[in-house]
Design a protein around this ligand. Structure first.
Ligand code: NAP
Length: 337
């Protein structure tokens, strides 16, 4: 069993990593690190994680992690991964970063989307942005893997196979919703239950930071349509759902394009009609639905932000870089209701 560490283990993504790795056939949790919660027992903070992978939370210590772990997942707030990754890479540890510090390769683009310079610019060239269904498996010698963002995963899986038909600069408007866990464990006005549960609102219209990595991925493949993305805050804890209406004459046979892209993919399914978000919750699957309607085609996409949009995809990346089965330790069947 390969020993792995989780930094940010009591956070939402860290918790999902603990849960999934507890049942992984080839990896075992060898270190759990946190920030302010260091010193506490993980299950005292997250009672659902009581069990085989439960343990005391330790402060981040690169020497300690390098002595115990072959790979470390960083599930830290934006801006916090850079120094941790620098220290771990200096010790030869494989780093899989679930945050956004290494997703955008161009420092100027990073600063534009995140409002600050990248924390470890010298590592950007070696970081492998890995959304396996579109970028292929990360190379076996990768030392730093940048795991995509949750909305970015849904946007890229939906748009990348259609981008060549849409063409450079064509405007595509995408309506998206996300559950409140997308904003992390720290309570905020936008995620507090009392304010969110009886409401519904758009946020960051046309300026969500995940557009930066989507543009980068599309540009590496060819044409970049102009993505007008309007995310909304769903009054539910988890899940992402996108809806796009496309001109049939422009995009052609959407189902055939998706089949060509994802026919062999273990974690992306293409179906006729629209897809309900509930069907993917607690699974690492992405569902893409295609519904032609007259001159238009309605495309919907659903995934679980904490799994295919986060921790599940990070484990998928570990599986691929180590040459294990792509879906080892990953739930492929959801739970609904
Ligand atoms: N939530 C999602 O759906 C999602 C999906 C994809 C990507 N992401 C990205 O993944 C990252 C983690 O997201 P999340 O939602 O899991 O965040 P979160 O729930 O807020 O958890 C953040 C974790 O980081 C820990 N931490 C903060 N400073 C630390 C330090 N200096 N040393 C060690 N640990 C420290 C916190 O521990 P303490 O509480 O002990 O301070 C906490 O465990 C973020 O960058 C986010 O943007 C999130």
């Amino acid at each position: 069993m390969v020993p792995v560490g989780i930094v940010g283990a009591n956070g939402f993504l860290g918790g999902e990593l603990v849960r999934l790795l507890a049942q992984h056939p080839h990896a075992r949790v060898a270190a759990l690190c946190a920030g302010r919660s260091a010193g506490q027992q993980l299950s005292d903070i997250r009672p659902s994680l009581r069990g085989p992978a439960d343990g005391p939370l330790e402060a981040f210590d690169a020497d300690l992690l390098a002595s115990r772990c072959e790979a470390v997942f960083l599930a830290l707030p934006h801006g916090k991964s850079a120094e941790a990754a620098r220290e771990l890479r200096a010790r030869g540890v494989l780093v899989i970063d679930l945050g956004s510090d290494f997703r955008i390769a161009d420092p100027a683009a990073h600063a534009r989307w995140y409002g600050r310079e990248p924390g470890a610019p010298e590592l950007l060239d070696s970081a492998v942005y890995s959304l396996p269904e579109l970028t292929g498996p990360p190379p076996a010698d990768a030392g730093l893997i940048a795991n995509p963002g949750c909305f970015a995963t849904a946007l890229a899986l939906t748009l990348a196979p259609l981008a060549p038909a849409l063409g450079e600069g064509t405007e595509v408007t995408v309506f998206g919703v996300t559950g409140s866990s997308g904003s992390g464990i720290e309570p905020q006005a936008g995620t507090q239950h009392t304010l969110r549960v009886n409401s519904f609102t758009a946020y960051k219209p046309l300026r969500h930071q995940h557009l930066g990595e989507v543009e980068q991925l599309l540009a590496r493949r060819g044409a970049v349509p102009r993505v007008r993305f309007v995310p909304h805050s769903l009054p539910a804890p988890r899940g992402i759902h996108l809806t796009v209406v496309l001109d049939a004459a422009t995009v052609g046979d959407v189902r055939a394009r998706y089949e060509a892209a994802y026919g062999e993919a273990a974690l992306v399914d293409v179906v006729d009609g629209v897809v309900p978000m509930g069907a993917v919750l607690l699974s690492c699957r992405t569902l893409l639905g295609v519904e032609p309607r007259g001159d238009d085609v309605v495309v919907t996409c659903a995934l679980d932000n904490l799994l295919k949009g986060g921790s599940g995809q990070a484990i998928q990346n570990l599986n691929l870089v180590r040459g294990w089965s792509e879906t080892a330790g990953l739930p492929v069947v959801g739970s609904w209701p």
